[in-house]
Ligand binder design. Structure first.
Ligand code: NAD
Length: 299
């Protein structure tokens, strides 16, 4: 691989477009592809080249990043004769920034190894705002030497890049994080509704909890921007949250491990999807708690 690798970026949606822009701004040459070309146009205007297909993109790249909704999408661009793995030059690296299944990632890594291609799982946390400002946590699994080669690129998109272990360890770490943050929606919704029903002002509850042992990033950062304003414009879509919970509960089943709370929370997300809320912000799931309790958490 040359000193300055040629990059490819597939999936320039809410997260990908910002991460790709940071890589461009760091001076890397880049080819982009997305199922919807308009999603990539701002990057083309900023100097990236467009590829018509994952194969064309891979042929022009040393390192390919993917930021796609989930496992089927990543498999569809990575595998097969027209996929990234079959068309990257020898020694190439595929870095999957999507929240993916550890099992699916390990299969991709094994398929890549047959061709001399390394696959790293490198899911991110910090939301669209973190992607926009380059302040993401990046959790990486896979070959350590490939991680070291990619670290300068990952430093361009995140401010906390952590090597988590072998293939799948980054994905597993991300699923743990999202199981916690998504489950908090139900707990926080119920607890705050209880406080309001008991006659305490919502702003007072938040102020005290955030300076007490119940403080959470979600209550301090997400809810003031989304739930409390009744703003459910997608940044992190409910469909993606449901997918992450499903990947987490599936991983537990694969490991033969019971999970009480996460399975219940997953069902709440499925219920919210059945209401037609899948494209809205994931925090919209709290509306189910609001309906049950008769308390609207707005300020
Ligand atoms: P998004 O839906 O906004 O973007 C996905 C992009 O992939 C879209 O532009 C879509 O057109 C494109 N795409 C889908 N299938 C494709 C295919 N087969 N070939 C080419 N392009 C294809 O999603 P997002 O919010 O940017 O999330 C991307 C990933 O990052 C997901 O795995 C998500 O779970 C994860 N993530 C999202 C957030 C967030 O706050 N949005 C935070 C952390 C992690």
């Amino acid at each position: 691989m040359a000193d300055s690798p040629r990059l490819g970026f597939i999936g320039t949606g809410n997260m990908g477009r910002h991460m790709a822009r940071h890589l461009l701004e760091a001076g890397y040459r880049m080819t982009v592809h997305d199922a919807r070309r308009p999603a990539a146009e701002p990057l083309e205007q900023a100097g990236a080249s467009w590829a018509e297909s994952p194969a064309e993109l891979a042929e022009a790249s040393d390192v390919v990043f993917t930021s796609l909704p989930g496992p089927p999408d990543v498999d569809s661009v990575a595998l097969g004769d027209a996929g990234v793995l079959a068309n990257l030059p020898d020694g190439g690296i595929l870095v999957d920034l999507s929240t993916n299944s550890p099992t699916a990632i390990r299969k991709l890594a094994a398929a890549g190894a047959e061709r001399g291609i390394v696959v790293l799982d490198a899911p991110v946390s910090g939301g669209v705002f973190g992607a926009e400002t380059g302040r993401l946590a990046v959790m990486v699994g896979g070959d350590r030497a490939a991680f070291d080669r990619c670290k300068p690129m990952l430093d361009a998109i995140g401010d906390h890049v952590v090597y988590c272990g072998d293939s799948g360890a980054g994905s597993a770490t991300k699923l743990v994080n999202n199981m916690i943050s998504l489950s908090l929606n139900i707990l926080l919704g119920e607890a705050l509704a209880l406080g309001v029903k008991a006659g305490v002002d919502l702003a007072t509850l938040v102020d005290v909890v955030q300076s007490s042992s119940g403080a959470t990033w979600k209550l301090g950062n997400n809810y003031p921007k989304f739930l409390f304003k009744g703003n459910f414009e997608p940044g992190f879509a409910l469909d993606l949250g449901a997918k992450d919970l499903r990947l987490g509960t599936t991983l537990a089943k694969e490991l033969g491990m019971p999970l009480d709370l996460a399975n219940l929370v997953e069902q709440r997300f499925v219920e919210a999807q059945s209401r037609g809320w899948g494209k809205l912000h994931a925090d919209v799931v709290v509306k189910l708690v609001e309906e049950r309790t008769g308390v609207e958490l707005r300020m």
